[in-house]
Design a protein. Structure first.
Length: 213
């Protein structure tokens, strides 16, 4: 089961609506769904909340350390409550997925994401769950830093929020530790629209009656 849900981002109003804060957007919605309020917790270097669920208590955490030091907050809370790496789910922005796409996986590399890189280092393990929230790629590696620190276009923001809504549909499964079922629900492609039915061929026009010249 998942005992700690982490959203990655940067603190401050200037970063609030940027792509790099997609993880914060997810945890904000989880807090709303679980009817809890995130509060500053100096011991855990971030905003945190404890929610009681049918599967036991779960912690929500948004590190206020800036992205590059996210692991400091995650490790502090996880160690205090003896939460194992595989009981942690980290939601983060993902360049390799289009806006609106969401994927979940266990372990793997940090792929250059500075927040994940620090969590790897502070936990001493890569074996935690990730909820990868697609934000798209600028197409040029040199543009990545500027891209993630800018606001998405309105249609991209809407797509990212739709992906978050999709993820929330699997929240109960995630908290229960039913990760395979949660994956199936999150990764499922929407049904393809049925092709329009072909209209029946129009009836031939009646032949006018012959008349004497």
């Amino acid at each position: 089961m998942i005992r700690l849900l982490v959203g990655l981002g940067n603190p401050g109003p200037e970063y609030e609506a940027t792509r790099h804060n997609a993880g914060f957007w997810f945890v904000d919605e989880v807090a709303r769904a679980l009817k809890v309020s995130l509060q500053p917790e100096r011991s855990y270097f971030g905003l945190a909340a404890r929610a009681n669920t049918p599967n036991g208590p779960v912690w929500l955490l948004e590190p206020m350390t800036y992205m590059n030091l996210s692991g400091k907050a995650v490790a502090a809370l996880a160690r205090f409550f003896k939460i194992e790496s595989n009981e942690i789910l980290v939601a983060h922005d993902e360049l390799d997925l289009m806006p609106g796409q969401v994927k979940i996986k266990l372990g793997g590399s940090h792929a250059g994401h500075n927040g994940l890189k620090d969590i790897h280092a502070q936990l001493g393990s890569a074996d935690y769950w990730r909820l990868r929230l697609g934000i798209g790629h600028p197409g040029v590696k040199a543009e990545v830093i500027n891209y993630v620190l800018r606001k998405p276009a309105p249609d991209q923001r809407e797509a990212i929020e739709n992906g978050i809504t999709l993820s929330l549909g699997a929240l109960d499964l995630l908290l229960a530790g039913e990760m395979e079922r949660a994956m199936m629900k999150i990764h499922a492609k929407p049904p393809r629209p049925k092709p329009p039915r072909e209209n029946a061929a129009p009836a031939a026009a009646p032949t006018p009656p012959e008349t004497d010249a």
